[in-house]
Design a protein around this ligand. Structure first.
Ligand code: SF4
Length: 298
């Protein structure tokens, strides 16, 4: 029996990551080398491909020591300090900060300014040590409160204004839960959420759409192959979503992972991925799955 194997049409790079990869490729075709501050994309196979073209991934220590070169800023964005160092060291930045992230940074700066005028705090729902979250915190001179779960909410003063934002790649349902718990705590402290809680729904639409597409996609197949690197925060989140809907969901990072899976009694397989998973790699996974599931001769 032929196994039905399909790639989810909405998977592949989001436009922010695609734009960063395009800008890197343009420069690499032109000059053959380029520095990238941090990994341009949280995906090993794509990073390896760009490195083979001349991309050199550097950390913050290395960046500080560079002079007179070109450095790409990835879609996550960077703190204001990085731009000052670049100016001082005559570093030409190829700024691939996603426009949605730039907008969020600007909104956080506005919220922070309001806390200076009327009091209160900026609260960001995000991941500790995630590069996007670090750059968002830096918009408030490090004064914002980063929360990742309900136990982190103890750090907030519920009696004053709260300007609430989310990192762009967080789970939208969990964000709604966090904001309703904050509203309850304001009420319990004797205040009115309508007056004190200023909610900004800043999870990227590309993430929200992908969540709802994958919810439907994951229940249409006997098995789901979710393709991503472990470093991708959005990949881990979307995989958990698939797993909660289809128990036979597997996290695939490379072609070897497929060999460990039994395709017995499976008549349909759905392949999908994170916003950092390249389309070309999903296609490679599809071809190898065809072979291993018996659709094609090995
Ligand atoms: S997930 Fe959204 S905000 Fe983040 S890089 Fe992609 S398009 Fe931009």
């Amino acid at each position: 029996m032929k196994v039905r194997i399909e790639i989810n049409k909405g998977s592949g790079f989001c436009f922010g990551v695609q734009n960063a990869v395009n800008l890197a490729e343009q420069e690499l075709h032109r000059s053959g080398n380029l520095y990238s501050l941090g990994s341009i994309v949280h995906n090993k196979v794509e990073l390896d491909r760009l490195k083979s073209m001349g991309l050199n991934v550097i950390d913050y220590e290395q960046f500080r020591k560079l002079k007179n070169v070109k450095v790409l800023i990835r879609a996550h964005g960077e703190p204001p300090d990085i731009y000052k160092i670049a100016h001082r060291n005559n570093i030409e930045l190829i700024d691939a900060t996603c426009p949605i992230v730039s907008q969020l940074q600007a909104r956080i700066r506005t919220g922070y300014q309001k806390t200076k005028n009327i009091g209160g705090s900026v609260v960001i729902y995000g991941k500790q040590n995630h590069p996007e979250a670090k750059a968002l915190l830096a918009q408030t001179e490090g004064k914002a409160i980063l929360v990742n779960n309900q136990s982190d909410l103890d750090k907030i003063n519920f009696k004053n204004h709260i300007f609430l934002y989310s990192q762009t790649t967080m789970n939208s349902k969990e964000y709604e839960t966090i904001l309703s718990v904050i509203a309850e705590k304001i009420t319990a402290s004797g205040g009115h959420p309508d007056q004190l809680l200023h909610v900004n729904r800043t999870i990227c639409k590309q993430i929200i759409n992908r969540e709802s597409v994958l919810r439907k996609f994951a229940c249409n197949y006997d098995m789901i192959l979710f393709v991503s690197s472990k470093e991708s925060s959005n990949g881990r989140m979307l995989y958990q979503l698939c797993k909660s809907i289809n128990r036979k969901s597997y996290f695939i990072t490379n072609l070897q992972d497929l060999v460990k899976i039994s395709f017995n009694n499976v008549s349909s397989i759905g392949i999908c991925g994170a916003t950092s998973t390249p389309q070309w790699f999903l296609e490679k996974i599809r071809i190898r799955t065809e072979e291993l599931s018996g659709n094609k001769r090995k």
